[in-house]
Design a protein around this ligand. Structure first.
Ligand SMILES: Nc1nc2c(c(=O)[nH]1)N[C@H]1C(S)=C(S)[C@@H](COP(=O)(O)O)O[C@H]1N2
Ligand SMILES: [Mo]
Length: 403
């Protein structure tokens, strides 16, 4: 629901009270809140009046499947850890950090084993980055995206990650000259593994143990995960237990079959790691309601796996005309930027769209442009890497729906 409510004019009695006894009337109104409140608590919880939750449907086993972030309910850019989307292939393992180790072997001078304590002694960095499942918003392409932005774009979250640069630990082990790739493996039952080119591994990849100022949540890979900025979610290996340095990619199941992009000629693109620039309006968005004509703030999220967002344009007439939205600072590379634009709704029908540009000059494509290159057939795991422009339709009664 949109929180826009007309401010209520104060009534005659309140007005007289204010006039007659100004301050004491204010004191009277506040009296209700002067009762003793709840006691302190060692670990905070949100107000009982707040109800935003992750959403998920049934899955084969309770541990597999995904849950989605309620993007329509969030403000700012950081996803609260408790609302970070999830994607687990074999459930959330319970790992004791005192028993957990990271093995680093393969084409290195000195194979090493790190305990969590040892990792915490390395120089640490904190960087804000999004994680987006490659399949996020893939159903837009089939024309059945779901009613809300949570359904259509909720396999997506943005976090301040803290940890050690992978480069730092790789250098500790010494990389052999033949090395070209690394393979990262999870310690969950699926032993999920992905290959990453060495160039990226030495660039901005993080071995992360912190999430928004505290330890990772179990759902996000506690006690250790890989954060591979700007690249598809799957490669951000959770419950990280091993990194092997190699001369070739491993051709794991995930990279050779699942996370590939089937093209119209029947061939598949491999190793399409980067999540290209995308944006979506989160307010107003599907299933929200505009109470009455008047001013509203159109607000949403934009991000690019190639760097910073430099521009977001908004259209309220189905892409015929565009206006530059304001980008809220700070704008970090490979992270979420919130955009906003004041809009006067005249009570008529409106088709709201956003279109972003990143620092490489890449402009978010329309659905038609995307389909003309990639075709209409889904890949083996649904349509991956869909980043087309999203439309929300505002009806005369103020209801907002997907198109
Ligand atoms: N070990 C392991 N790592 C994993 C997965 C998994 O099931 N096991 N799922 C991957 C997928 S497909 C995605 S999209 C991201 C999701 O990260 P999140 O659950 O923290 O949002 O983790 C990736 N890393
Ligand atoms: Mo994913």
């Amino acid at each position: 629901m949109l929180q826009h409510r007309k401010p209520r004019p104060i009534n005659r009695r309140e007005f007289i009270a204010l006039g007659a006894a100004g301050l004491s009337a204010l004191a009277l109104r506040r009296a209700a809140a002067l009762e003793l409140g709840d006691p302190r608590r060692p670990y905070g919880e949100r107000s009982p009046f707040e109800h935003a939750v992750r959403s998920f449907g049934p899955s084969v086993t309770p541990g597999t499947g995904s849950s989605r972030t309620p993007l329509q309910d969030l403000c700012g850019t950081i996803t609260p850890s408790s609302l970070h989307f999830e994607r687990h292939h074999s459930g959330v393992p319970k790992i004791d950090p005192n028993a957990h180790e990271l093995l680093l072997d393969g084409l290195v001078e000195r194979p090493l084993v790190f305990t969590m304590k040892e990792l915490s002694r390395f120089p640490s960095v904190s960087h804000v980055h999004f994680i987006e499942c490659a399949g996020n918003s893939g159903r837009e392409h089939e024309g059945r995206p779901g009613e809300t932005v949570q359904r259509s774009h909720g396999l997506f979250s943005n976090t301040e990650w803290t940890g050690v640069l992978l480069k730092t630990v790789l250098e500790e082990a010494g990389i052999k000259r033949k090395a070209r790739w690394i393979v990262a493996e999870g310690a969950d039952a699926s032993r999920m593994s992905r290959s990453i080119p060495l160039e990226k591994a030495l660039d901005d990849v993080l071995v992360a143990y912190g999430q928004n100022g505290e330890a990772l949540r179990p759902e996000q890979g506690y006690p250790l995960r890989l954060v591979v900025p700007g690249w598809e979610g799957n490669i951000n290996i959770k419950w990280l237990g091993r990194i092997m340095v190699t001369d070739e990619p491993f051709m794991t199941r995930e990279e050779a079959a699942v996370y590939t992009d089937l093209m119209p000629d029947g061939k598949a693109r491999w190793f399409t790691f980067v999540m290209e620039a995308k944006s979506v309006i989160t307010r107003p968005s599907g299933e929200q309601l505009l109470d009455a004509p008047g001013f509203y703030e159109i607000s949403g999220l934009a991000w690019s796996g190639r760097g910073r967002i430099t521009r977001v344009e908004v259209s309220t007439d189905d892409g015929k005309t565009w206006t530059d939205a304001q980008l809220n600072s700070p704008v970090f590379p490979k992270a979420v930027t919130r955009f906003s634009l004041a809009w006067k709704w005249d009570g008529g029908e409106a088709a709201l769209q956003s279109r972003c540009t990143d620092e490489t000059g890449y402009v978010q494509p329309t659905r038609e442009q995307l389909i003309s290159v990639r075709g209409l057939h889904p890949g083996p795991d649904g349509f991956n890497h869909y980043n087309g422009i999203k439309t929300w339709f505002v009806h005369r009664d103020g209801k907002v729906s997907h198109v």
